[in-house]
Ligand binder design. Structure first.
Ligand SMILES: [Zn+2]
Length: 97
């Protein structure tokens, strides 16, 4: 039981840490964006696992949470970099204004 509670606390911490939004740049749009998180896997598998047994459901939830990809909300590309990265600065310097 203590293990399950421990894993649940880790899950909450991971969600909290990963939810910090920061400005990014999409290398495909070459635009400044706020990335959105996209989960891997399926919510339905997660629900079924939770209904069957608690441990596989928890493991699947942790995997889905930790494997979330940041994507561009405009084009869905995962080719995004922090706004202060060299690649973003190079693109910004090319675009007037
Ligand atoms: Zn984009």
């Amino acid at each position: 039981m203590a293990v399950i509670v421990g894993l649940f606390i880790i899950l909450i911490i991971v969600v909290f840490v990963k939810s910090n939004k920061s400005q990014m740049m999409c290398l495909r749009c070459e635009d400044t964006i706020y990335a959105v998180k996209q989960s891997q896997g399926s919510i339905w598998i997660e629900i079924v696992l939770w209904l069957c047994m608690i441990v596989p459901g928890l493991i699947y939830s942790i995997w889905r949470t930790t494997s979330k990809k940041s994507v561009c909300p405009a084009c869905g590309s995962s080719e995004i970099v922090p706004i202060d990265s060299p690649a973003a600065k190079r693109i910004k310097s090319r675009i007037p204004g």
